[in-house]
Design a protein around this ligand. Structure first.
Ligand code: BGC
Length: 380
């Protein structure tokens, strides 16, 4: 049917052709949505999923609700070449086996508590001991081995919740922990942590991702240039428990206040380097705790990739992958030898429950623990 010009104008005036005088709708650029797929089952038969977050900058993160593990982090270099910059496995099976906390959320208490015990309000709590005489990273079955309840909190935001029951691994209080991973268009992974309890307890939750900015399985991190915003660190005893001293980094192999290759002094004749078999130490961050500030910057001269870590936490554990020994076979069956990656675990100081001079890790009922860490990637 053909309309005369007069008919067309009459219909238009009557509103019957509503929309025909509007400009054609622009094809709006939709934010990519999060992909969810089955990742298999735990040995106990619990179903686990894998979530893929991606952004316009070409960054892709894969995260599973098993242990809140960041399984893959695909990051472009300056030429747009993408590499997976985190150690891990090809499938859930690898993560169900023995491995040194690849990509995982660690808690309730990331890092060590001396002799696996602490006193709170007059009661001595005895924890599972899993690192010689000490408790490490939450015990025998910490947060890294739990299935978290997942919720898509936004187009590129995955929220994970876990209720740790009163007495789990020896810790008091029903503790609800919420960890939210958000991928931003500024090529950041933002990690927000929150926790509440119904009894006084202690808590130190972090993420244990192993980074190699050249790509996982692609050599060691000795050439990575590291800057740490810390004038002091916490020296340790033979069991890697802090002595309680906040020592200046000045004049030691621990001074990373200017960009320095990780490998430059890693074999230095220094008692603390020997104890840690390299770097396995907590740094006391200069920025005021509670305010999001730059903690560390890592640059890989080979690929030009840069990682900047900002946090509200008072400390960061710089671990240079000293205990990796090639026995764990990772993605594509690749062995991960010593120093194949480094960790920057933003945290409270190790053994804080036994160190009144360290910032407190006590969480009271009615209060909310909150911390934020941001990993920002770029390339030059
Ligand atoms: C610790 C290391 C430990 C590694 C794997 C790090 O956070 O500081 O001593 O070997 O985690 O468990």
């Amino acid at each position: 049917m053909q309309l005369s010009r007069t008919d067309f104008c009459r219909l238009l005036a009557a509103g019957a052709l509503a929309g025909c005088n509007r400009p054609a709708p622009e094809t709006t650029k939709k934010a990519p949505t999060m992909k969810k797929e089955s990742y298999g089952k735990t040995k106990g038969g619990e179903a686990v999923d894998l979530y893929t977050l991606s952004n316009a900058g070409g960054l892709t993160a894969k995260i599973t609700n098993y242990g809140g593990i960041v399984t893959h982090l695909l990051v472009p270099d300056a030429k747009g070449q993408v590499a997976d910059v985190v150690l891990g496995f090809d499938s859930l099976d690898g993560y169900l086996g023995t491995h040194p906390y690849f990509g995982a959320i660690v808690g309730r208490y990331g890092n060590r508590i001396a002799k696996g015990r602490f006193k709170l309000n007059g009661t001595v709590y005895k924890l599972a001991v899993n690192n010689d005489a000490n408790a490490l990273h939450g015990g025998l079955e910490g947060f890294d081995k739990k299935v978290w309840t997942a919720r898509e909190a936004g187009p590129q935001s995955l929220e994970l919740t876990y209720l740790s029951k009163d007495g789990e691994e020896g810790y008091p209080g029903n503790l609800t922990t919420v960890v939210r991973y958000t991928l931003t268009d500024a090529n950041e992974i933002r990690i927000d942590y929150e926790a509440t309890t119904d009894k006084p307890t202690v808590l130190n939750v972090t993420n244990h991702t192993y980074f190699n900015l050249s790509g996982e399985g692609n050599g060691d991190i000795l050439g990575h240039e590291l800057t740490l915003e810390a004038d002091r660190y916490t020296p340790v005893d033979a069991g890697l428990i802090p002595t309680g001293v906040l020592a200046p980094v000045e004049g030691t192999p621990f001074d990373f206040r200017r960009p320095t290759a990780v490998g430059a002094r890693i074999n230095a004749d220094h008692q603390q380097i020997k104890v840690g078999k390299g770097y396995d130490h907590n740094y006391v961050l200069n920025g005021p705790a509670g305010t999001l500030a730059l903690a560390a910057r890592v640059r890989d001269p080979k690929s030009g990739r840069v990682l900047e870590v900002s946090t509200t936490q008072p400390g960061v554990q710089f671990y240079s992958g000293n205990f990796l020994d090639g026995t764990v076979k990772g993605k594509g069956g690749k062995a991960y030898p010593q120093r194949a990656a480094l960790c920057l675990e933003t945290q409270h100081f190790p053994d804080s429950p036994n160190r009144p001079n360290f910032p407190s890790v006590v969480l009271q009922p009615g209060a909310k623990f909150q911390s934020t860490t941001v990993w920002k990637f770029s390339a030059a």
